[in-house]
Design a protein. Structure first.
Length: 184
């Protein structure tokens, strides 16, 4: 393992705000613009799993037509998305019962998640650095500033977002351990 890869990882950790972006939500916002109004009426993006977009279409003819043109569609979509897609699958399977599937596959927005701390987090002023130790130091400052002033988990004494304590009465790690013991 080279130091360059560690530096790259730490650089990515510095930009954790980008991790909170939901690629599927971003795709939904730009879908009609990228595919055009006629295609948008006959298609409905369902989910992204393992960088593959699943799209419900109104007919088999639309599925076949769009499958032939998926390479150019992928190029257009990848210009708009933070994480590039690898492929697109078109199917009529999710077209009729799209409302049921949407409810099942809906992702939780950051504001609704119990770990959400709000947009008003005080972040230390850190600059990007190419030095591994400096990047790690910047990352630790960010993590410390996020956890400063948070209540402690009654079980493990780690700083915990208030939403987690309200929902599970412990931090998410302790809650996961508890749930895994119940399922064993």
């Amino acid at each position: 393992m080279s130091l360059k890869s560690i530096n790259d990882i730490l650089g990515i950790l510095e930009k954790q705000a980008k991790w909170q972006e939901q690629p599927f939500q971003r795709l939904l916002k730009c879908w009609a613009e990228v595919v055009g109004p006629v295609v948008a009426v006959n298609t409905r993006p369902l989910s992204i799993q393992r960088d593959v977009l699943s799209v419900a279409v109104s007919s088999a003819a639309w599925a076949q037509n769009l499958t032939f043109g998926r390479t150019s569609l992928l190029l257009k979509l990848n210009k708009k998305l933070p994480t590039p897609l690898v492929d697109i699958r078109f199917s009529t399977a999710g077209w009729q019962n799209a409302t049921v599937e949407r409810k099942q596959q809906q992702t939780v927005s950051p504001h609704e998640h119990p770990s959400y701390l709000g947009d008003e987090i005080n972040r230390p002023d850190v600059t990007s650095t190419k030095d591994v130790n400096g990047a790690f130091g910047n990352w630790t400052k960010i993590v410390r500033s996020r956890s400063h002033g948070l209540p402690l988990c009654p079980q493990c004494q780690s700083p915990t977002p208030p939403g987690e304590l309200q929902r599970w009465e412990v931090c998410s790690v302790c809650a996961a351990k508890h749930f895994s013991k119940q399922n064993s």
